[in-house]
Design a protein around this ligand. Structure first.
Ligand code: HEM
Length: 208
């Protein structure tokens, strides 16, 4: 299930399993967020054991449609110039290889959030994903020539789009209405919790 899905497209930056994807890598920093704090966050988000099971069911639906799901998020980004700017240089030149590589990791994230255990490795990669949206690590995984930072406000606000656009895919599964609702509720809570973890590298130690 976690095999690489990217084809080598003939560019040296595309070589390897899934370029830039570092889940579980020994080189990854340990998250400053503890497993105990992750549990407290789950409580704060009202994310129950039943939600975690519904999240797994949602993950199975969405992983099978990952290309279409990511396309639908990508269309939302493409329609907003100050969002698509994240993939471009300060002069506005979009790095298409960067976009292509991030797209594959975006697909993988659906599976990682919904189907992986939320253990130390998962927690550590959430911190890395957060850092990759900031001046701390943006562009580094892909040696990209794009702006160095994504404003925290857009990261948070885009959660609304991520959540809204997932629902039709859950509905297309043909599940009963209450099951679609349960999967969507779980997805929304899990996404918000993930984005909350991603805010950690943005925020001062004393403020998070
Ligand atoms: C809830 C909102 C968001 C989600 C769920 C999300 C998800 C992701 C994921 C899964 C990755 C790949 C992580 C990896 O490298 O393994 C990523 C990277 C990236 N995202 Fe987001 N993102 C969100 C908001 C945004 C926004 C608002 C922008 C700006 C338009 C953005 C632009 C990017 C860029 C440019 C990268 C590549 C970062 C790098 O250089 O490694 N993201 N995002």
């Amino acid at each position: 299930m976690f095999q690489a899905t990217v084809e080598n497209q003939g560019d040296s930056r595309m070589e390897g399993q899934l370029p830039g994807y570092a889940y579980g890598a020994a080189s990854l920093a340990r998250s400053p967020v503890t497993m105990e704090e992750l549990e407290r966050l789950k409580q704060a988000a009202g994310l129950t054991g039943e939600d975690m099971e519904a999240l797994r069911r949602a993950g199975r639906v969405l992983a099978a449609r990952a290309d279409a799901v990511v396309d639908s998020w990508r269309r939302a980004i493409a329609a907003v110039p100050h969002l698509v700017a994240a993939y471009a240089s300060a002069e506005g030149v979009v790095d298409d290889l960067y976009r292509a590589r991030v797209r594959e990791r975006f697909k993988r994230w659906i599976e990682d959030m919904c189907l992986r255990p939320w253990d130390q490795a998962w927690l550590d990669y959430q911190h890395e994903i957060g850092a990759r949206h900031t001046h701390l690590a943006k562009n580094k995984a892909d040696a990209a020539a794009a702006v160095p930072h994504i404003p925290l406000r857009y990261l948070i606000a885009f959660t609304a789009v991520i959540n809204e656009r997932v629902r039709p895919f859950l509905a297309e599964s043909g599940a009963a209405a209450d099951e679609i609702q349960a999967m969507h509720d779980a997805w929304c809570k899990a996404t918000l919790l993930s984005v909350t973890l991603w805010t950690r590298p943005y925020v001062a130690d004393t403020a998070w």
